[in-house]
Design a protein around this ligand. Structure first.
Ligand SMILES: [Zn+2]
Length: 279
C-alpha cells in the first residue's frame, strides 16, 4: 500500500492513511488493482492507524474515523469478492521498561483501532511488521477482545549474520511464533524484512513452519532486499522471480502467501498464477 500510494503522488513522510478520507478513490483503486490481480485477501490502508502514530501527523482524536474509513474503502473496492484484512502495524515506540508505554495502555489503543476496523467491515485482523513479541502479544489479545474474528500475526525478520534470522529486537523465530500463538493468534508468520533476499524468505518459511507446529503459517516477502538508488529504495525482484519462489514456500508448508514492500499487482498476479497451477 505504501509503495502504491507514493506512486500515486503521496509525499514520503506524509500520512497515507489520511487518504482514506481525503482521497478514498485513490485508495480504492489500489485495492481494486490487487483484487483484479487475483488476490483473495486485501489489506486495509491502516498500518499506522494506532493513535500514537496518528499523533505524529497531528491527527490526535481521529483514530476511530480513519480506521473505520480504511476498512470501508477496502470493502467498497472489493465487495464480497475478497477478504478484507484489518491492518495493524507497530505503535512506533517501545514497551516498558525500554520505553514508557505500558502494556495496559497499549492494549486499549489496539482495541480501539481493531474495533474501528471491524466496524468499517473488515473480516479478520492482520497484525504486521512486529519486532517485539511482547507488543505482538498485546496486539493479538486486543484484536481478539475487539471482535470475534480470525487474527493473523506476522513479524519482520532480519538476516543478521548467516541464516540466524531474528527480529530487530533480537527475537528468534521460535520465541516469536510461540508468543503470538500463546496470545491467541490463529495464523502466524512473517512480512517485510531487513536485508532479506528471496532465498532468505525460503529458509525463513521452513523454520517458521517448524516453529509454528499446528498453527497455519503466512509469509508476505518484500520484492527482495532494497537497493538504494539515488536516495530511493528500489526493490529488485521481478514478478517472475517472486512467482518462482511460490512452489518453494508451498513445499515448506506455508498456507497463505502474499507480498510486502515493492510487490506490485503484477508480482501478486504472477505469484497467484503459479500458486493455482500448483494446487
Ligand atoms: Zn514491507
Amino acid at each position: 500500500m505504501g509503495t502504491q500510494l507514493i506512486a500515486a503522488g503521496l509525499a514520503p513522510g506524509d500520512c497515507g492513511m489520511l487518504w482514506c478520507v481525503e482521497k478514498p478513490d485513490a485508495v480504492e483503486a489500489v485495492h481494486r488493482r490487487y483484487r483484479d490481480a487475483g488476490c483473495d485477501l486485501i489489506t486495509t490502508n491502516s498500518f499506522g492507524g494506532c493513535t500514537t502514530n496518528l499523533e505524529r501527523h497531528s491527527l490526535t482524536g481521529h483514530a476511530d474515523e480513519l480506521n473505520r474509513a480504511a476498512a470501508q474503502a477496502a470493502r467498497r473496492a472489493v465487495g464480497d469478492n475478497a477478504w478484507v484484512l484489518a491492518d495493524i502495524g507497530p505503535f512506533g515506540g517501545f514497551l516498558e521498561p525500554l520505553g514508557e508505554m505500558t502494556a495496559a495502555e497499549l492494549f486499549k489503543l489496539f482495541v480501539q483501532q481493531a474495533a474501528a476496523l471491524k466496524a468499517g467491515g473488515a473480516d479478520a485482523a492482520l497484525i504486521e511488521t512486529m519486532t517485539d513479541p511482547g507488543e505482538a502479544a498485546v496486539a493479538v489479545k486486543a484484536a481478539k477482545q475487539a471482535a470475534d474474528w480470525p487474527v493473523i500475526a506476522t513479524y519482520a525478520f532480519d538476516r543478521g549474520d548467516g541464516t540466524n534470522y531474528r527480529t530487530m529486537m533480537g527475537t528468534t523465530i521460535e520465541v516469536a511464533m510461540k508468543e503470538a500463538i500463546a496470545a491467541g493468534a490463529d495464523v502466524v508468520g512473517a512480512n517485510c524484512g531487513t536485508a532479506m533476499n528471496l532465498e532468505d524468505y525460503a529458509r525463513l518459511a521452513e523454520q517458521m513452519v517448524r516453529a509454528a507446529g499446528k498453527t497455519p503459517v503466512i509469509i508476505q516477502p518484500n520484492a527482495g532486499a532494497p537497493q538504494n538508488v539515488g536516495g530511493k529504495d528500489i526493490y529488485p525482484a521481478t514478478p517472475a522471480e517472486m512467482a518462482a519462489l511460490v512452489p518453494t514456500l508451498l513445499n515448506a508448508g506455508v498456507r497463505i502467501i502474499g507480498g510486502c514492500c515493492g510487490t506490485s499487482p503484477d508480482h501478486l498476479r504472477a505469484m497467484g498464477e503459479t500458486l493455482r497451477k500448483q494446487s
